[in-house]
Design a protein around this ligand. Structure first.
Ligand code: ADP
Ligand code: MG
Length: 709
């Protein structure tokens, strides 16, 4: 007995030694093994998970109404007394309906529940109850108001109401457990266990940003007592939500600040800018660099010279000429006796880079190899011995067994598909190599701050001169004739056409079929024209042969799936027809469109849409019509899709944002970022904030190398 007593006796009377954040849900009061399995299905494994399992919406049931004032069609809550209760069995289907009549002296209300005869036990005549449900029937007629399956609570003497008479949280539930049962469990957890939440934020940060204590925020986000504005709660901007969102941003930015700080501590390679290879390469280029290209190259060259690891992101619109910039930096590495690699997200893109770069550096006598999952082991000897000077590849580059002899520079193209984790993996292939990241998707500032918050950023905000604007128009499937006549016009001017079909992973076969069918159809429509077909299933050399023919002008119309997104550069192709444009994402459409508008002619992008389609698709198509500016497109894309999808945090390896929304909460993000970076600046090891440090490490799941201690 004594032992038990000692255990439960603690300085802090709120502290219960039997539960902690990591207590499995099964051992939480009111759960048990069966329900634990259901909760796990909802993503809850520990007590902490439960406390952070927030409602997805709230229902305002705090205003108790008189029966007389109930409005038809509304969700209403009323307190009343049972006058009669009975079970009715339907004659045909033998369904048991439990029906009660209640009154509050201003009127009568009928309520019924289906197949729950046991309710008879609770609703005795004279029992006071609160009912909350959607009002049916006509409260002004003789029959009075009715509610089917309302939420109910029996009113005792000293009750706390969970489901009625308050701002009621609504949780996502699953088969086997109702939203109401989840609510009951959550109520117990929040009332009994939220004291285990410790506030890890420095008090000054709370003060400066007007944030409420963490345990209060958790309580209020579940069962609002103090801040019960339904609008604010449902939009996720109540004071409780603000605190929780701030924390998500803060922990994210704090991690990024740690990563960024590392650069200034770690030793990197100082490349000498000899300029021999680079100058020979630049002199051989058939064009002048744009001012933006020159500026960004200078930034990179300065970075590479410094004895710290470079961590730079280059972003700029499709066709702004990032490849040349990447190549120059690779040449600097090679000239210093180091290897350089370039990692692309798809085989096709890797191959394309390989072909382009190979052609560009051929004359310089540089040994360049391609590594994809298909090219198993072939060049790994060359890479390990260092005879391969430039290595182009897919994520096959970060495979365990691939060893570099002396990797000095790693470039990642199309970064939006890679994340922090892959970046770290690539970095480990050398000893503190310089890292350059290139993305063709311009990133809204808000996203750049978060996804790339640990990087220095360069922007190529200028297209090579002589590019003509692209005129984009949406056509509906009913306007085929008009589209065909525009195509004929273009062809008669001896120019070429792309026709793009969608390729959606789940139904690859089906879409392949539509491209092939389209190819046949266009052959019939333009019998006098040469038409080519490329898609991902055609072997690489055949695909290349077709593309080469298109480039040489031997093919007039190229029918393709999205493989051409990253494919070829054909200045004479001045029209693109996108079939089922409503199925494409905005960023992808913009990428595709970047394949035209490269010659001296006006270019046309025709987006063929097949109704019916939703609001979002409509906005995407409108967005394409209204601007060619990649940055505006990116903002619009973010706005339409919302950050979750765009952000892809799970994939990128940075902490999830569950409550916070980078678009809606941009001010909060900026504040959190400032606080986080200031804190790391003041003391990068967070020595004075052990609890914060522990929370940070947990959130980033061991990805913050600096914080090993
Ligand atoms: P992206 O930034 O989309 O990767 P690329 O590097 O593929 O663009 O360049 C697109 C095209 O523009 C290529 O054919 C490239 O040779 C050409 N290019 C790059 N820089 C210039 C320039 N300064 N002037 C003219 N053409 C250029
Ligand atoms: Mg590119």
């Amino acid at each position: 007995m004594d032992k038990v007593k000692n255990l439960t006796h603690n300085k802090d009377s709120n502290f219960n030694p039997q539960i902690s954040k990591d207590t499995p849900v099964q051992y939480v009061k009111g759960v048990g093994p069966a329900r634990a399995r259901l909760l796990e299905r909802l993503g809850m494994k520990t007590l902490e998970d439960m406390l952070y399992y927030f409602p997805w919406r709230y229902e305002d049931r705090k205003n108790l109404k008189n029966i007389r004032d109930l409005r038809y069609g509304n969700l209403e809550t009323t307190m009343c007394e049972v006058t009669s209760a009975e079970i009715i069995t339907t004659p045909k289907r033998k369904m048991k309906i439990f029906e009660i009549t209640v009154t509050d002296k201003t009127g009568y209300l009928k309520s019924r529940w289906f197949n729950q005869p046991y309710l008879e036990r609770y609703f005795k005549k004279g029992q006071k109850v609160i009912l909350s449900g959607v009002v049916k029937g006509n409260p002004y007629s003789m029959t009075g108001a009715e509610m089917d399956n309302p939420d109910y609570e029996l009113v005792g003497d000293e009750d706390t109401f969970i489901h009625t008479a308050r701002m009621v949280p609504v949780y996502k539930a699953t088969e086997g457990i109702s939203p109401k049962q989840v609510r009951t469990i959550m109520f117990n957890v929040v009332t009994n266990c939220s004291s285990i939440i410790e506030d890890y934020l420095p008090a000054e940060v709370l003060g400066r940003n007007g944030l409420m204590p963490l345990h209060q925020a958790v309580q209020e986000a579940h069962f609002p007592e103090e801040f019960t504005d339904a609008g604010a709660l449902n939009q996720g901007v109540s004071p409780a939500h603000r605190r929780l969102a701030f924390d998500e941003f803060f922990l994210l930015e704090l991690g990024l600040a740690v990563l960024k700080k590392r650069e200034t501590i770690e030793e990197g390679i100082s490349f000498e800018d000899k300029g021999v290879l680079v100058n020979r390469f630049l002199q051989g280029l058939p064009f002048e660099l744009t001012a933006a290209q020159k500026r960004v190259m200078a930034e990179i060259r300065a970075d590479m010279k410094r004895p710290l690891p470079m961590n730079r992101l280059v972003h700029g619109d499709v066709g702004c000429g990032k490849t040349v910039v990447a190549l120059v930096s690779m040449l600097i590495a090679v000239e210093n006796g180091y290897q350089a690699c370039l990692m692309a997200p798809t085989e096709l893109l890797a191959e394309q880079h390989f072909i382009n770069i190979h052609r560009m550096v051929e004359a310089l006598g540089i040994n360049i190899v391609l590594v994809t999952s298909g090219s198993k082991g072939k060049s790994s000897g060359d890479i390990a011995q260092g005879t391969a000077q430039i290595v182009i590849g897919t994520h096959a580059l970060i495979q365990e067994h691939l060893k570099f002899s002396k990797l000095g520079l790693a470039i990642i193209d199309e970064q939006h598909r890679f994340g922090v984790v892959q970046r770290a993996d690539l970095r480990r292939k050398g000893s503190s190599p310089d890292i350059l990241i290139m993305t063709a998707t311009p990133i809204p500032r808000t996203l750049a701050l978060t996804l790339y918050g640990d990087l220095d950023i360069s922007i190529i905000d200028e297209l090579p001169s002589g590019r003509k604007p692209i005129i984009t128009r949406v056509f509906f499937s009913s306007q085929k004739e008009k589209v065909l006549s525009l195509m004929k016009e273009e062809l008669s001017g001896d120019r070429q056409i792309y026709i793009v079909y969608p390729l959606i992973e789940e139904s690859e076969k089906l879409d392949l079929k539509s491209a092939v069918e389209g190819f046949e159809a266009f052959k019939r429509i333009f019998p006098e024209r040469k038409i080519g077909l490329v898609h991902g299933r055609i072997p690489r050399d055949e695909r290349e042969a077709v593309m080469a023919k298109f480039k040489a002008g031997e093919i007039d119309i190229l029918v393709a799936t999205t493989v051409i997104e990253v494919g070829i550069d054909v200045p004479n192709a001045s029209l693109m027809l996108v079939i089922h444009a409503e199925r494409f994402g905005l960023a992808q459409l913009h990428q595709l469109r970047g394949r035209i508008g490269r010659g001296g002619h006006d270019s046309h992008c025709l987006l063929m849409a097949y109704p019916p389609f939703g609001e979002e698709a409509k906005r995407r198509l409108k967005g394409m019509e209204s601007t060619c500016d990649g940055f505006k497109i990116a903002e619009e894309d973010l706005d339409i899709r919302g950050p979750g999808d765009f952000f892809g945090t799970r994939q990128s390896g940075i902490p999830d944002l569950k409550i916070a929304n980078i678009v809606r909460d941009i001010k909060l993000l900026e504040a959190a970022r400032r606080e986080a970076f200031d804190l790391i600046e003041a003391g990068p090891d967070l020595r004075s904030y052990p609890l914060l440090k522990e929370t940070l490490k947990k959130k980033w799941m061991g990805r913050l190398e600096l914080m090993k201690s």
